[in-house]
Design a protein around this ligand. Structure first.
Ligand code: NAD
Length: 246
């Protein structure tokens, strides 16, 4: 479904991003993953190459808070492959801090990674997509649609990502760039595995499909939206949550 396409996946070293990278590779895309550290990027690439040695994958670890660093890496990718077709803005950090306990540093960190980096990567990618068009996909969250009891900055940034998605779909449509988001529900990754049992179990009980989602459930939605099967879909926030948010 993605033969010949060049795709960048931020936060591609583990969890949902890793599954997206793997899914895109299986569909014959060239995939460039971004991670936060050299070590985690190398580990993820090694793991993927062990599955199939000839997957076309490489990785970088730009500081997602620094526009110039991101731009340099995008330029390097463009110079190597001659195009950038797909950007998946997936890197993200969760939060469960109570309102009065938030420190400025955590607030800035969440905004930087969950929102500003999505904006900056989209801005830079769109300039490389101007000639041939492209696809920008963002990882939102079900909590962007109904909030959460603590860690308010997390849903705040994810709702902002929905707004960015809808606005960029309008702004970039004329350049043949489609922009969509996927809003996962409760997905079994490290982010969720690290949560206390008493937080996660009641949530699973409320999921109409009766189970947590897998990274692959979410990656399938990304594959559809990245592919030409979704050629007339833009500005959509696709919920992948087992009907939890209705
Ligand atoms: P994860 O913690 O397993 O992976 C997060 C990824 O983001 C990692 O690859 C990490 O390297 C990257 N990242 C984090 N901080 C970074 C930084 N400062 N610089 C660069 N990269 C950084 O989490 P996940 O569950 O796979 O989450 C992926 C995305 O899905 C996130 O945007 C998250 O908000 C969203 N999401 C997850 C769930 C869930 O249930 N797991 C639900 C809804 C939305």
């Amino acid at each position: 479904m993605l033969e010949g396409k060049i795709a960048i996946v931020t936060g591609g070293t583990r969890g949902i991003g890793y599954e997206i990278a793997l899914k895109f590779l299986k569909e014959k895309a060239t995939v460039i993953i971004f991670g936060s550290k050299e070590e985690s990027v190398e580990k993820a690439i090694e793991k993927i190459k062990n599955i199939k040695y000839d997957y076309s994958i490489e990785g970088y670890y730009p500081n997602l808070g620094k526009e110039e660093e991101i731009r340099e890496v995008f330029q390097k990718i463009y110079d190597t492959y001659g195009n950038i077709d797909i950007l998946v803005n997936n890197a993200g950090i969760s939060s469960y801090t109570n309102l009065t306990e938030y420190e400025e540093e955590e607030v800035n960190n969440i905004i930087n990674i969950n929102l500003k980096a999505v904006f900056t990567c989209s801005k830079i990618a769109s300039s490389f997509m101007e000639e041939k068009g492209g696809v920008i996909l963002n990882t939102s969250s079900m909590v962007s649609l109904y909030g959460q009891k603590s860690g308010s900055m997390y849903p705040a940034t994810k709702e902002a990502v929905n707004g960015l998605t809808k606005s960029l779909a309008r702004e970039l449509g004329k350049k043949k760039i489609r922009v969509n988001a996927v809003a996962p529900g409760v997905i079994e990754t490290d982010m969720v595995r690290n949560l206390p049992k008493e937080k996660i179990e009641p949530l699973i009980g409320q999921i109409p499909l009766g189970r947590m989602g897998t990274g692959e459930d979410v990656a399938n939605a990304f594959l559809f939206l990245a592919s030409d099967m979704a050629s007339y879909i833009s500005g959509e926030i696709l919920q992948v949550d087992g009907a939890l948010v209705n």
